[in-house]
Design a protein around this ligand. Sequence first.
Ligand code: AMP
Length: 281
Amino acid sequence: MEVLKTVKEVQDKVASLRSSGAEIGFVPTMGALHQGHLSLVGQCIADNDICIVSIFVNPTQFNNKEDLIKYPRTLERDSQYLEEAGVDFIFAPSEEEIYPEPDTRQFDFGQIDKVMEGVHRPGHFNGVAQVVSRLFDIVKPDRAYFGEKDFQQLAIIRAMVKQLALPVQIVPMPIVREASGLALSSRNERLTAKQKDIAVNISETLFESRQWMKSLPVQDTIKKVTDRLNSFDELSVEYYEIVDGYTLQPVKEWDDAAYIVGCIAVFCGEVRLIDNIVYKG
Ligand code: AMP
Protein backbone atom coordinates (compact mmCIF):
# COMPACT_ATOMS: atom_id res chain seq x y z
CA MET A 1 0.00 0.00 0.00
CA GLU A 2 1.21 3.47 -0.85
CA VAL A 3 0.18 6.75 0.73
CA LEU A 4 -0.13 9.49 -1.89
CA LYS A 5 -0.23 13.12 -0.83
CA THR A 6 -0.44 15.09 -4.05
CA VAL A 7 -2.94 15.33 -6.88
CA LYS A 8 -0.16 14.79 -9.41
CA GLU A 9 0.97 11.53 -7.77
CA VAL A 10 -2.59 10.17 -7.93
CA GLN A 11 -3.14 11.32 -11.51
CA ASP A 12 0.13 9.71 -12.66
CA LYS A 13 -0.62 6.40 -10.90
CA VAL A 14 -4.19 6.26 -12.16
CA ALA A 15 -3.16 7.09 -15.74
CA SER A 16 -0.62 4.29 -15.88
CA LEU A 17 -2.93 1.74 -14.19
CA ARG A 18 -5.78 2.66 -16.47
CA SER A 19 -3.63 2.33 -19.58
CA SER A 20 -2.93 -1.25 -18.54
CA GLY A 21 -6.68 -1.88 -18.33
CA ALA A 22 -7.20 -1.79 -14.55
CA GLU A 23 -10.65 -0.93 -13.16
CA ILE A 24 -10.45 1.55 -10.35
CA GLY A 25 -12.65 1.62 -7.25
CA PHE A 26 -12.75 4.57 -4.88
CA VAL A 27 -13.92 5.10 -1.29
CA PRO A 28 -13.97 8.73 -0.15
CA THR A 29 -13.75 9.16 3.63
CA MET A 30 -12.89 11.70 6.28
CA GLY A 31 -10.82 9.14 8.22
CA ALA A 32 -11.34 8.00 11.83
CA LEU A 33 -12.18 4.72 10.16
CA HIS A 34 -14.40 2.00 11.59
CA GLN A 35 -16.08 -1.18 10.35
CA GLY A 36 -18.64 0.89 8.41
CA HIS A 37 -15.90 2.37 6.25
CA LEU A 38 -14.19 -1.01 6.04
CA SER A 39 -17.32 -2.64 4.63
CA LEU A 40 -17.19 -0.12 1.75
CA VAL A 41 -13.48 -0.86 1.34
CA GLY A 42 -14.09 -4.64 1.30
CA GLN A 43 -16.69 -4.32 -1.45
CA CYS A 44 -14.44 -1.96 -3.40
CA ILE A 45 -11.57 -4.44 -3.28
CA ALA A 46 -13.88 -7.28 -4.34
CA ASP A 47 -15.29 -5.37 -7.33
CA ASN A 48 -12.19 -3.66 -8.74
CA ASP A 49 -8.57 -4.27 -9.72
CA ILE A 50 -7.38 -1.28 -7.72
CA CYS A 51 -8.86 0.24 -4.55
CA ILE A 52 -8.10 3.85 -3.63
CA VAL A 53 -9.30 5.32 -0.32
CA SER A 54 -9.15 9.05 0.30
CA ILE A 55 -8.83 10.52 3.77
CA PHE A 56 -9.62 14.21 3.81
CA VAL A 57 -11.53 16.17 6.41
CA ASN A 58 -13.25 18.56 4.03
CA PRO A 59 -13.64 22.02 5.58
CA THR A 60 -16.23 23.20 3.04
CA GLN A 61 -18.85 20.71 4.27
CA PHE A 62 -18.69 21.77 7.92
CA ASN A 63 -21.18 24.48 8.73
CA ASN A 64 -20.06 24.31 12.37
CA LYS A 65 -16.42 25.33 13.02
CA GLU A 66 -16.33 23.56 16.38
CA ASP A 67 -17.40 20.27 14.73
CA LEU A 68 -14.56 20.64 12.18
CA ILE A 69 -11.98 21.28 14.91
CA LYS A 70 -13.22 18.38 17.04
CA TYR A 71 -13.51 15.92 14.14
CA PRO A 72 -11.26 12.95 15.08
CA ARG A 73 -8.06 12.58 13.06
CA THR A 74 -6.35 9.18 13.33
CA LEU A 75 -4.28 8.77 10.15
CA GLU A 76 -1.80 6.29 11.59
CA ARG A 77 -4.46 3.90 12.83
CA ASP A 78 -6.48 4.38 9.62
CA SER A 79 -3.43 3.45 7.50
CA GLN A 80 -2.97 0.26 9.49
CA TYR A 81 -6.60 -0.76 8.99
CA LEU A 82 -6.42 -0.04 5.27
CA GLU A 83 -3.13 -1.89 4.82
CA GLU A 84 -4.60 -4.94 6.58
CA ALA A 85 -7.74 -4.70 4.43
CA GLY A 86 -5.61 -4.86 1.26
CA VAL A 87 -6.08 -1.34 -0.08
CA ASP A 88 -3.69 -0.30 -2.87
CA PHE A 89 -3.51 3.46 -2.33
CA ILE A 90 -4.46 5.98 0.30
CA PHE A 91 -4.89 9.51 -0.96
CA ALA A 92 -4.36 11.84 2.01
CA PRO A 93 -4.07 15.32 0.53
CA SER A 94 -3.58 18.68 2.23
CA GLU A 95 -6.27 21.34 1.94
CA GLU A 96 -4.11 23.22 -0.60
CA GLU A 97 -3.99 20.16 -2.88
CA ILE A 98 -7.77 19.88 -2.97
CA TYR A 99 -8.50 23.61 -3.01
CA PRO A 100 -5.57 25.48 -4.59
CA GLU A 101 -8.16 28.23 -5.13
CA PRO A 102 -11.31 28.65 -3.02
CA ASP A 103 -14.10 26.54 -4.55
CA THR A 104 -16.94 28.95 -5.33
CA ARG A 105 -19.15 26.50 -7.22
CA GLN A 106 -22.80 26.46 -6.20
CA PHE A 107 -24.72 23.30 -6.96
CA ASP A 108 -28.49 23.16 -7.32
CA PHE A 109 -30.04 19.90 -6.20
CA GLY A 110 -33.62 21.11 -6.30
CA GLN A 111 -35.81 19.73 -3.51
CA ILE A 112 -33.40 16.98 -2.40
CA ASP A 113 -31.32 19.31 -0.26
CA LYS A 114 -34.22 21.49 0.92
CA VAL A 115 -35.09 18.99 3.66
CA MET A 116 -33.46 17.38 6.71
CA GLU A 117 -29.65 17.77 6.69
CA GLY A 118 -30.00 20.40 3.97
CA VAL A 119 -32.10 22.56 6.29
CA HIS A 120 -30.17 21.96 9.50
CA ARG A 121 -26.67 22.10 8.02
CA PRO A 122 -26.84 24.95 5.49
CA GLY A 123 -24.15 24.64 2.83
CA HIS A 124 -23.22 21.12 3.93
CA PHE A 125 -24.24 19.34 0.74
CA ASN A 126 -22.75 22.01 -1.47
CA GLY A 127 -19.44 21.31 0.30
CA VAL A 128 -19.93 17.56 -0.11
CA ALA A 129 -20.59 18.01 -3.84
CA GLN A 130 -17.53 20.26 -4.16
CA VAL A 131 -15.17 17.78 -2.56
CA VAL A 132 -16.59 14.61 -4.11
CA SER A 133 -16.64 16.10 -7.62
CA ARG A 134 -13.06 17.31 -7.14
CA LEU A 135 -11.97 13.87 -5.88
CA PHE A 136 -13.78 12.13 -8.75
CA ASP A 137 -12.01 14.45 -11.16
CA ILE A 138 -8.62 13.52 -9.70
CA VAL A 139 -9.17 9.76 -9.20
CA LYS A 140 -11.53 9.16 -12.16
CA PRO A 141 -12.91 5.97 -10.61
CA ASP A 142 -15.02 3.39 -12.41
CA ARG A 143 -16.97 2.78 -9.18
CA ALA A 144 -17.34 4.74 -5.95
CA TYR A 145 -18.75 3.43 -2.66
CA PHE A 146 -21.02 5.32 -0.26
CA GLY A 147 -22.83 4.25 2.92
CA GLU A 148 -26.60 4.35 3.35
CA LYS A 149 -25.93 5.67 6.85
CA ASP A 150 -25.70 9.08 5.16
CA PHE A 151 -28.93 8.50 3.29
CA GLN A 152 -29.45 12.02 1.99
CA GLN A 153 -25.79 12.34 1.02
CA LEU A 154 -26.15 9.29 -1.21
CA ALA A 155 -29.10 10.93 -3.00
CA ILE A 156 -27.07 14.12 -3.43
CA ILE A 157 -24.09 12.22 -4.87
CA ARG A 158 -26.37 10.41 -7.32
CA ALA A 159 -27.95 13.71 -8.38
CA MET A 160 -24.50 15.30 -8.80
CA VAL A 161 -23.21 12.41 -10.93
CA LYS A 162 -26.30 12.71 -13.12
CA GLN A 163 -26.03 16.51 -13.41
CA LEU A 164 -22.34 16.43 -14.32
CA ALA A 165 -22.79 13.28 -16.45
CA LEU A 166 -19.82 11.63 -14.74
CA PRO A 167 -18.84 8.14 -15.92
CA VAL A 168 -18.78 6.60 -12.43
CA GLN A 169 -21.02 3.92 -10.95
CA ILE A 170 -22.24 4.78 -7.44
CA VAL A 171 -22.43 1.70 -5.22
CA PRO A 172 -24.56 2.03 -2.05
CA MET A 173 -23.64 -0.01 1.03
CA PRO A 174 -25.89 -0.92 4.00
CA ILE A 175 -25.48 0.67 7.45
CA VAL A 176 -23.03 -1.18 9.69
CA ARG A 177 -24.08 -1.20 13.36
CA GLU A 178 -22.54 -2.18 16.66
CA ALA A 179 -24.00 -5.32 18.27
CA SER A 180 -26.09 -2.89 20.35
CA GLY A 181 -27.67 -1.50 17.17
CA LEU A 182 -25.91 1.87 17.35
CA ALA A 183 -24.92 2.93 13.83
CA LEU A 184 -21.14 3.14 13.58
CA SER A 185 -19.90 6.70 13.20
CA SER A 186 -16.58 8.46 13.60
CA ARG A 187 -18.45 10.83 15.92
CA ASN A 188 -19.18 7.96 18.35
CA GLU A 189 -15.57 8.40 19.49
CA ARG A 190 -16.62 11.66 21.08
CA LEU A 191 -19.31 10.00 23.25
CA THR A 192 -18.62 9.06 26.86
CA ALA A 193 -19.36 5.44 27.83
CA LYS A 194 -22.58 6.61 29.49
CA GLN A 195 -23.64 8.64 26.45
CA LYS A 196 -22.97 5.66 24.22
CA ASP A 197 -25.35 3.55 26.30
CA ILE A 198 -27.99 6.25 25.97
CA ALA A 199 -27.38 6.65 22.22
CA VAL A 200 -28.38 3.01 21.71
CA ASN A 201 -31.97 4.17 22.22
CA ILE A 202 -31.86 5.88 18.82
CA SER A 203 -31.60 2.68 16.78
CA GLU A 204 -33.72 0.75 19.29
CA THR A 205 -36.56 3.26 18.92
CA LEU A 206 -36.26 3.29 15.12
CA PHE A 207 -36.43 -0.51 15.02
CA GLU A 208 -39.40 -0.54 17.38
CA SER A 209 -41.20 2.06 15.28
CA ARG A 210 -41.45 -0.48 12.48
CA GLN A 211 -44.07 -2.14 14.70
CA TRP A 212 -45.75 1.17 15.58
CA MET A 213 -46.23 2.01 11.89
CA LYS A 214 -48.61 -0.93 11.57
CA SER A 215 -51.19 0.83 13.74
CA LEU A 216 -50.19 4.51 13.72
CA PRO A 217 -50.41 7.13 10.95
CA VAL A 218 -47.15 8.73 9.75
CA GLN A 219 -47.47 11.89 11.90
CA ASP A 220 -48.17 9.90 15.08
CA THR A 221 -45.21 7.64 14.40
CA ILE A 222 -42.98 10.70 14.02
CA LYS A 223 -44.32 12.09 17.31
CA LYS A 224 -43.91 8.83 19.19
CA VAL A 225 -40.30 8.38 18.02
CA THR A 226 -39.45 12.00 18.82
CA ASP A 227 -41.14 12.06 22.25
CA ARG A 228 -39.59 8.76 23.26
CA LEU A 229 -36.06 9.89 22.37
CA ASN A 230 -36.46 13.35 23.90
CA SER A 231 -37.49 11.68 27.16
CA PHE A 232 -33.92 10.42 27.66
CA ASP A 233 -31.46 12.65 29.46
CA GLU A 234 -28.85 13.95 27.02
CA LEU A 235 -30.85 13.10 23.87
CA SER A 236 -32.42 15.88 21.86
CA VAL A 237 -34.00 15.19 18.48
CA GLU A 238 -33.13 17.80 15.86
CA TYR A 239 -35.47 16.32 13.26
CA TYR A 240 -37.24 13.10 12.53
CA GLU A 241 -38.76 12.87 9.07
CA ILE A 242 -40.45 10.06 7.23
CA VAL A 243 -39.76 10.51 3.53
CA ASP A 244 -40.06 9.05 0.07
CA GLY A 245 -36.73 7.20 -0.28
CA TYR A 246 -36.24 8.47 -3.83
CA THR A 247 -37.36 12.11 -3.68
CA LEU A 248 -36.62 12.60 0.06
CA GLN A 249 -39.85 14.59 0.37
CA PRO A 250 -41.96 13.93 3.49
CA VAL A 251 -44.84 11.50 3.06
CA LYS A 252 -48.21 12.10 4.70
CA GLU A 253 -49.59 8.56 4.44
CA TRP A 254 -47.91 5.17 4.39
CA ASP A 255 -49.46 4.65 0.94
CA ASP A 256 -47.85 7.79 -0.52
CA ALA A 257 -44.72 5.99 -1.77
CA ALA A 258 -43.39 2.52 -2.49
CA TYR A 259 -40.06 3.24 -0.76
CA ILE A 260 -40.30 4.96 2.63
CA VAL A 261 -37.44 5.79 4.96
CA GLY A 262 -37.30 7.49 8.37
CA CYS A 263 -34.29 9.78 8.80
CA ILE A 264 -33.20 11.18 12.13
CA ALA A 265 -30.64 13.58 13.60
CA VAL A 266 -30.23 13.53 17.36
CA PHE A 267 -27.88 15.36 19.67
CA CYS A 268 -26.39 13.13 22.34
CA GLY A 269 -24.87 15.74 24.60
CA GLU A 270 -22.95 17.88 22.12
CA VAL A 271 -22.44 15.14 19.57
CA ARG A 272 -24.76 15.12 16.59
CA LEU A 273 -25.68 11.63 15.39
CA ILE A 274 -27.71 10.54 12.36
CA ASP A 275 -29.41 7.26 11.55
CA ASN A 276 -32.21 5.99 9.34
CA ILE A 277 -34.57 3.10 8.93
CA VAL A 278 -36.43 1.64 5.95
CA TYR A 279 -40.17 1.26 6.61
CA LYS A 280 -41.17 0.17 3.13
CA GLY A 281 -39.46 -0.92 -0.06
P1 AMP B 1 -17.27 9.72 6.47
O1 AMP B 1 -15.84 9.39 6.73
O2 AMP B 1 -18.10 9.86 7.69
O3 AMP B 1 -17.42 10.86 5.49
O4 AMP B 1 -17.88 8.45 5.74
C1 AMP B 1 -17.29 7.92 4.58
C2 AMP B 1 -18.24 6.93 3.98
O5 AMP B 1 -18.48 5.87 4.90
C3 AMP B 1 -19.60 7.53 3.64
O6 AMP B 1 -20.03 7.02 2.39
C4 AMP B 1 -20.46 7.05 4.76
O7 AMP B 1 -21.82 6.94 4.41
C5 AMP B 1 -19.87 5.67 5.04
N1 AMP B 1 -20.22 5.24 6.39
C6 AMP B 1 -20.02 5.91 7.55
N2 AMP B 1 -20.53 5.22 8.59
C7 AMP B 1 -21.09 4.08 8.08
C8 AMP B 1 -21.79 2.97 8.63
N3 AMP B 1 -22.03 2.87 9.94
N4 AMP B 1 -22.20 2.01 7.78
C9 AMP B 1 -21.97 2.10 6.45
N5 AMP B 1 -21.31 3.11 5.86
C10 AMP B 1 -20.88 4.10 6.66
